[in-house]
Design a binder for this molecule. Structure first.
Ligand SMILES: CC(C)(COP(=O)(O)OP(=O)(O)OC[C@H]1O[C@@H](n2cnc3c(N)ncnc32)[C@H](O)[C@@H]1OP(=O)(O)O)[C@@H](O)C(=O)NCCC(=O)NCCS
Length: 166
């Protein structure tokens, strides 16, 4: 009989998570989701003035950071402040398929609600089937498509805009 997996613990990110998150980001880089080239040394700091710990939730399994989600304002405009956007989501290869991504999305929806948002949006590459399935199953719907917006992995790929109310 297989032993059921422990659910991940989701918590707010801390400045001390920077190194582990930077490592996770490098290890999970793939043309399935990244629109920038693979990170090269010297790596940029994970947190800076535009990416602050307050915008991130992290997932832990057995006290080890195995994933993160970034929940930011869609734009700096006051007229757009009711909309939050998922601007990053990654789960370590070895922790995938255990509900970590889903737990991060659910926590981000809850956090967006807590922060007073009405809507939560995101952008996902058209060929990123795992992420699209996850978003759809958590209530996000396709609201727009920019055809062939990116050239990644040797092919033109759509940029898919998704959203849901919170
Ligand atoms: C997308 C990602 C975050 C999913 O994380 P995960 O922890 O493996 O996801 P979960 O175990 O919570 O799976 C939740 C659902 O996602 C979908 N899913 C996950 N992996 C999948 C796969 N390989 N193929 C198809 N659907 C998949 C399924 O709907 C799954 O539900 P199910 O288990 O009931 O079938 C992870 O694959 C990842 O980090 N990918 C690289 C980064 C990325 O693409 N980020 C999104 C950028 S927009």
């Amino acid at each position: 009989m297989s032993v059921p997996h422990q659910p991940p613990r989701i918590r707010a990110a801390l400045p001390d998570d920077a190194e582990e998150l930077s490592r996770l980001d490098r290890l999970t880089w793939s043309p399935l989701h990244a629109v920038t080239p693979p990170p090269q040394p010297q790596y940029r700091p994970f947190f800076d003035e535009r990416h602050v710990p307050d915008d991130y939730l992290v997932a832990e399994l057995d006290r080890r950071v195995v994933g993160y989600i970034c929940l930011a304002f869609a734009t700096p405009l006051a007229s757009n402040a009711h909309v939050r956007q998922i601007q990053g989501l990654a789960v370590a290869d070895e922790a995938r398929g255990r509900g970590v991504g889903r737990a991060l999305i659910r926590a981000a929806v809850e956090e967006a609600r807590r922060r007073g948002a009405r809507r939560l949006t995101l952008r996902v590459l058209g060929h990123n089937t795992p992420a699209r399935k996850l978003y759809e199953s958590e209530g996000f719907v396709v609201e727009g498509v920019l055809p062939e917006e990116f050239f990644v992995g040797g092919a033109y790929v759509d940029d898919v805009f998704m959203g849901r109310s919170v």
